[in-house]
Design a protein around this ligand. Structure first.
Ligand code: BG6
Length: 489
């Protein structure tokens, strides 16, 4: 529950994120009766003329997302939403916004305030500076109750991230900066630590002695849609690896935190990123596969190639697919290959963590073909856990067959996974930073990603074309086949 009244000031209130994630999350929170009686959701933007137009647009987006909208809930939410016409470059608008916050604060006595920057990243620093300059941070209470929420990308390399962070921390303390990685709000990502730490059957063997390899694949079937301009600069490495992929990897491989505080967990994650950044990437060319989707015809329909998408240069060399093999040189994981893969326009949307165990079988069974134990943590679209183990084929002469034990979270009747943003918004309003990324995490992950980028360029690593809605480049299959393994997707 969110107990305290708050002011939620959304910059980029008319953008995609507001329409598709933030407002729908607020609707769900209202439906679950989690919101306090008094709060204000002040959405700034310029696209709409007035409040009525804005609310209508929000309603339409919600309708496109949900089968049914409960009018009472929508009414209770829309009563709290205020559309505030504001241009980032017009100082007068900030003065007006301050006055607006003052009036609201006098009436509703919020106990904290969120400034949520769901804007293009180029505005993050200048907006924070304007909030300070026009004294919007301490209206009605002291400045340290104002929180800043920053969407990704946090910089586009280490240097720009450092610059951005410097600008933000001159205004907000680290405690009040919430850097979003929406993967941390996903149900099964939050489950990783529980699975690791509360099950002796996994906890005891979570290391190089018993684990053969780790795979994380975050496959997407969509293309770049209308984000060509951003994506062509970012590519899959900055869009998915620097943040979501490395976050998942760190939760799987970090040492056990001594307590479940945001600071302690973050420290353990940082240790993983530091090790990655220290990795010697001299033979990266043998461990990386870059790809870009080409056109394809599926069910007589042509799927565009990446280079034919809007705002993508016809000779773009941006990778929309990346597979990477790496190692962590610590006591727990030395020698265990970690295979990471993510790409757009792959056959199916599927995000999974696969932990394959070693083949420590009793001598008596050496002459049989026995499968390794396999633990799958399924992030999406199905949520759940699957464990493969061996059993005797009924009525056979001791023939061994693998069977699966399944926990399907998303199959449970009446269970509707909360959307990532519901969880994250609740936490930011309650001041809980566990599911947000610290500056150290961001900086070390950039250090690693910059190093990969640099080596990729130095070694002119090939860009494979792969047909849209396929399994990606054949070379990615080879990457594992060369080690006698295969991807589990
Ligand atoms: C975003 C990326 O951070 O994550 C997108 O910018 C990507 O390109 C998205 O599609 C994937 O998120 P999800 O929740 O759909 O797996």
């Amino acid at each position: 529950y969110i107990e305290n009244n708050f002011q939620f000031i959304l910059f980029g209130g008319t953008g995609d994120l507001a329409h598709n994630k933030i407002i729908p999350a607020f609707y769900n929170l209202a439906a679950k009766n989690i919101l306090p009686p008094n709060y204000n959701l002040i959405a700034t933007g310029r696209r709409y003329e007035n409040q009525a137009e804005y609310l209508q647009a929000l309603y339409n987006s919600l309708k496109a997302k949900k089968e049914t909208i409960d009018d009472k809930i929508w009414q209770s939410l829309s009563d709290k939403i205020e559309y505030f016409n504001l241009s980032f470059t017009n100082d007068d608008d900030f003065i007006k916004l301050k006055k607006f916050l003052e009036d609201k604060s006098a009436a509703e006595k919020p106990s904290n305030r969120i400034f949520y920057l769901a804007t293009a990243p180029g505005f993050f620093a200048s907006l924070a500076q304007k909030l300070e300059k026009f004294n919007l941070l301490d209206v009605g209470f002291s400045k340290n109750k104002s929180r800043l929420v920053i969407e990704k990308p946090f910089g586009h390399d280490l240097e720009s991230a450092q610059e951005l962070n410097k600008n933000l921390t001159e205004i907000f303390s680290e405690k009040n900066i919430f850097r979003i990685d929406h993967y941390l709000g996903k149900e099964m990502i939050q489950d990783i630590m529980v699975i690791r730490l509360t099950n002796p059957i996994f906890r005891a063997i979570w290391n190089k002695n018993q684990i053969d390899n780790i795979q994380i694949y975050l496959n997407e079937s969509e293309g770049v849609k209308d984000r060509g301009k951003y994506y062509d600069d970012a590519g899959v490495i900055k869009d998915m690896f620097q943040n979501h992929m490395l976050q998942v990897l760190s939760l799987i491989t970090m040492e056990e935190p001594s307590e479940l505080t945001a600071a302690e967990i973050s420290q353990k994650k940082v240790a993983v990123f530091k090790e990655l950044a220290d990795n010697d990437l001299s033979n990266i060319d043998e461990h990386i596969v870059r790809g870009q989707y080409d056109s394809n015809i599926i069910n007589e329909q042509e799927i565009k190639s990446y280079r034919d998408e809007d705002e993508i240069p016809a000779d773009s060399e941006t990778a929309t697919f990346l597979a990477l093999k790496l190692f962590l040189n610590n006591q727990r994981w030395q020698g265990v290959p970690i295979y990471l893969k993510s790409g757009k326009r792959l056959k199916e949307k599927e995000a999974t963590i696969a932990i394959e165990f070693k083949s420590n079988f009793h001598n008596a069974y050496q002459n049989q073909q026995i499968e390794n134990n396999l633990l799958l943590i399924k992030i999406q679209p199905d949520e759940g856990v699957s464990l493969r183990f061996n059993t005797r084929k009924p009525a056979s002469n001791n023939k061994i067959i693998p069977v699966n034990m399944e926990f399907c979270q998303s199959c449970q009747q009446f269970f509707n996974s909360p959307e990532n943003y519901e969880v994250l918004i609740t936490d930011m309003l309650n001041g809980d930073k566990t599911l947000f990324t610290s500056w150290e995490e961001v900086s070390y992950s950039w250090k690693f990603i910059d190093k990969i980028q640099q080596k990729t360029t130095e070694k002119s690593i090939k860009l494979h074309q792969y047909p849209a809605l396929s399994n990606g480049p054949e070379a990615a299959q080879q990457l594992l086949a060369a080690d006698g393994r295969k991807w589990w997707d």
